[in-house]
Design a protein around this ligand. Structure first.
Ligand code: SAM
Length: 374
């Protein structure tokens, strides 16, 4: 059953406004009474997504509404701004920040959002930092004697989590539409299992779908034999071994023709690689090099060679601000610095904000080998 977007969130807020503090079980019961069947995972996902912006965790599994809850509550108190070369890094929840930022102030968005909804919550980050794996984090099998880094496990997402993800990207799309100028490119990292959901929700928000950028890279996903039956079915892989990463490409609708938009807003297309080479939608890439991971040990670090190509192309005239609302270690900001663009990054986890402050200049200064464009 598809509910009106935001109805689960509104019910949770309504209940907590009256109950003051409640356990996840109590919140689920109250919402289910109001809306009919709702998966407990939907409730968990909404609360995780909106903590600390809207909810505050009072004890394990117990939450209350933040004081003065609602639009960006508590954001201002937490917000801190840092300047790193041509980049501005903000410690905040990006939903609150996007609600408050000046409308039509951003010329491009290049970002890599959280997908499991759970993987960047306090609990899951604690597991990851203690090297526990488990939960949403999957440690791929090691080979060549190398231990692989944990990856978020998207296949644990159930129907409730998919619905929450849809609402997450719908709200995100609406806020991005407000923050960007007409013609702005909005480029969102995704994966083959969820790209359709991002595209659907963000077009519902009013952005136009313009295709995908395929990052050609051997990922550690897929290709596994059936779990606990691999000896019985040695010739079977459950899913194709994934060899690309889709980045969904959207656009803030144009103001007139492309040429009008370019003149007025400096957006509405992609910057060419060279006079005879347009920017293409398949980019050969490699996994993030170990040297970059050493500089910036973020679990989802994207490589500079790829990001620089993408960021460079995102502003057709090389003029404007590139926003990364889920900045992580600041790799997009570093790429923007490296190609000489202004950028803004928003990150809500203090550990990663601290990391970004020290690594953005280092990543930006790296000389990276570009793979020849296709
Ligand atoms: C997939 S990671 C991005 C990693 C980044 N591409 C890099 O190379 O370092 C997503 C990041 O978004 C942050 N995040 C999650 N929800 C957020 C929110 N509502 N506002 C701001 N940051 C958020 C997480 O803490 C995490 O660092």
């Amino acid at each position: 059953m598809r509910r009106a977007p935001g109805s689960v969130r509104d019910s949770i807020v309504g209940y907590l406004a009256a109950a003051e503090c409640a356990s996840l079980g109590e919140i689920h019961q109250a919402v289910a009474l109001k809306l009919g069947g709702v998966a407990p995972s939907s409730i968990r996902s909404y609360i995780n997504l909106n903590t600390p912006a809207l909810f505050e965790r009072t004890a394990r599994g117990h939450y209350r509404l933040r004081d003065g809850h609602g639009e960006g509550a508590g954001i201002e108190a937490q917000q801190q701004t840092y300047y790193l070369g041509k980049s501005t890094l903000i410690h905040a929840d990006c939903f609150g920040w996007l609600r408050d930022c000046a409308p039509r102030s951003v010329q491009a968005v290049v970002t890599d959002p959280p997908y499991g909804l759970l993987e960047y919550t306090e609990d899951e980050q604690e597991k990851l930092r203690r090297g526990m794996g488990g939960g949403v984090w999957r440690v791929p099998p090691s080979f060549d004697g190398h231990r692989r880094s944990p990856l978020p496990r998207f296949t644990v997402l159930d129907e409730g989590a998919h619905a929450a993800l849809h609402d997450f990207f719908l709200e995100f799309g609406r806020l991005v539409l407000r923050a960007t100028v007409p013609g702005a490119n909005v480029i969102v990292a995704s994966n083959p299992l969820l790209a359709h959901l991002v595209a659907g929700a963000m077009t519902q928000a009013g952005l136009e779908l313009r295709g995908n950028i395929v990052r050609l890279v051997m990922t550690m996903r897929g290709g596994d034999r059936p779990k606990n039956a691999h000896l019985e079915f040695p010739d079977v892989s459950v899913m194709p071994r994934s060899m690309f990463e889709p980045w969904v490409v959207l656009r803030h609708p144009l103001d007139g023709r492309v040429q009008d938009n370019l003149r007025k807003w400096k957006t509405g297309g992609f910057r060419r690689i060279s006079a005879d080479k347009p920017f293409g939608d398949v980019i050969k890439s490699n996994p993030t090099p170990v040297g970059e991971k050493r500089i910036a040990p973020h679990p989802s670090l994207k490589p500079q060679a790829f990001l620089r190509r993408l960021v460079y192309a995102s502003l057709p005239m090389g003029d404007g601000i590139v926003l990364d609302p889920f900045a992580g270690s600041g790799s997009t900001l570093a790429a923007a610095n490296a190609v000489g663009y202004e950028s803004i990054g928003v990150e809500r986890d203090l550990t990663y904000v601290t990391m970004a402050r020290s690594v953005v200049p280092k990543l930006a200064a790296l000389s990276v080998q570009q793979i020849d464009p296709i």
